[in-house]
Ligand binder design. Structure first.
Ligand SMILES: Cc1cc2nc3c(=O)[nH]c(=O)nc-3n(C[C@H](O)[C@H](O)[C@H](O)COP(=O)(O)OP(=O)(O)OC[C@H]3O[C@@H](n4cnc5c(N)ncnc54)[C@H](O)[C@@H]3O)c2cc1C
Length: 373
């Protein structure tokens, strides 16, 4: 049994890895437990908002040293054939999760983070400490636990979190393609029952990632049939599929994606990233939110060590800061997603935005934060 009092992070995605780097830079002893081996492809649009760049620099990470693509244009197409092309207010960069998670874990290991490959099975808080057990029966003790285990995990069931009891109807599909595509563009193409993003990553491949309503998806016998019958109805997507070559053997899929409200703190665990709440992917901002929430939690743990803040106060402060940073954005994301699923509203929205790109820029701003320093 490991008896060191320390901070333990469950999950080695963006939230887990950035909080691990931040805390180890501040001299904390950090254990990070990740169930999968690095690196791994994940279902994600792989467009990261530039708001995280100043913070990544503080963490010693520069995505452009790894050939990330600079993206500053946004293209949109609706089902009726309308298209828009605007300059993004803040912009972003394109990098695969395969590369980004590996860059971050390498940095964490250099700083002394203990990275353990195992699946966390249970987390129990007793008096002042947590006991964490993995499915291969390793046990760890920690003073604080950060839950960075993503959208949906066995731990949500163990903790009886409310959202996990409801079925969710969203499915995510992603693959990389070879095609002619501008490096500086992120595109969002609407289709019946979902939307699809396209943008380039560091390998020069194009990430194609879409979110689809499971009810409409299950009518088709496989992904190919679904894409041909539903996504091809959008002219831009049809052109892309017909002029590209898939790089993956098969597309990756995830199901049961929930956008329901979650609590930022559960059983004394500070939830960060998607474990605390997931914004609709059409906003292209989930990764920035994951990194931002990691920064909030890590900064509070640093403050707590210096100022003798109680655990209750820490949890309260985290909840308040999390809500302040993200609640409005999540709401804006939900509203835009609902509007996109309604053909008439989309048509009105697109023609409104078409006459004034300023409106679209403001919609984008409403789902994004300010540069993180
Ligand atoms: C279809 C789709 C497209 C998206 N596109 C974009 C986009 O273009 N831009 C953007 O910014 N965001 C996008 N997002 C959102 C973005 O992917 C997430 O917000 C981001 O990955 C959250 O990071 P995270 O660290 O919270 O979770 P993750 O990256 O999911 O990491 C969680 C980690 O925890 C591990 N884990 C889980 N359970 C356990 C356990 N019991 N023990 C140990 N480890 C465990 C997992 O293996 C995983 O590595 C998209 C999401 C979807 C669904």
């Amino acid at each position: 049994m490991n008896t060191k009092n320390t901070i333990l992070i469950i999950g080695g995605g963006l939230a887990g890895l950035t909080s691990a780097i931040h805390l180890s830079q501040e001299g904390f002893e950090v254990i990070l437990i990740e169930k999968n081996q690095f690196p791994k492809h994940k279902v994600c649009g792989e467009y990261v908002s530039n708001e995280v760049l100043p913070y990544l620099e503080i963490l010693g990470v520069n995505p452009f040293e790894h050939q990330a693509k600079r993206i500053h244009r946004f293209q949109f197409s609706g089902l009726s054939g309308t298209t828009l092309d605007i300059e993004l207010p803040l912009g972003g960069f394109g990098i695969s999760r395969f590369a980004l998670d590996q860059i971050l874990v390498d940095r964490a290991i250099v700083l002394g983070v203990q990275v353990v490959q195992a699946t966390v099975k249970s987390v129990v808080f007793q008096e002042t400490q947590f006991q964490i057990t993995t499915s291969n029966n390793q046990c760890f003790k920690a003073d604080y636990v950060l839950g960075a285990y993503g959208k949906r995990s066995n731990i949500d069931i163990t903790l009886s979190r409310k959202f996990i009891q409801k079925k969710s109807s969203w499915l995510g599909v992603k693959a990389h393609y070879k095609a002619d595509f501008p490096s500086d563009v992120v595109a969002l193409h609407n289709f019946n029952g979902g939307y699809c993003g396209l943008s380039k990553v560091e390998t020069d491949h194009i990430n194609l990632c879409y979110l689809a309503d499971y009810k409409s998806f299950k009518k088709y016998k496989n992904i190919d049939a679904y894409q041909k019958s539903v996504l091809y109805k959008n002219k831009e997507l049809k052109t892309f599929f017909e002029n590209s070559e898939i790089v993956f053997d098969v597309p990756l899929t995830i199901s049961q994606i929930s956008f329901d409200k979650k609590e930022p703190v559960t059983d004394h665990i500070l939830m960060i990233g998607d474990s605390a709440g997931l914004i609709h992917p059409l906003c292209g901002n989930g990764m920035a939110m994951a990194i931002h929430s990691a920064k909030i939690a890590a900064s509070l743990l640093v403050a707590q060590r210096l100022q003798n803040i109680s655990r209750d106060q820490l949890e309260d402060l985290y909840t308040k800061q999390w809500n302040l940073a993200f609640q409005k954005r999540l709401k804006a994301g939900r509203l835009i997603q609902q509007a996109l699923q309604n053909k008439r509203l989309t048509r009105i929205g697109v023609s409104l935005v078409g006459t004034s790109p300023y409106v679209l820029k403001n919609i984008i701003k409403s789902t994004h934060g300010h540069p993180l320093v």
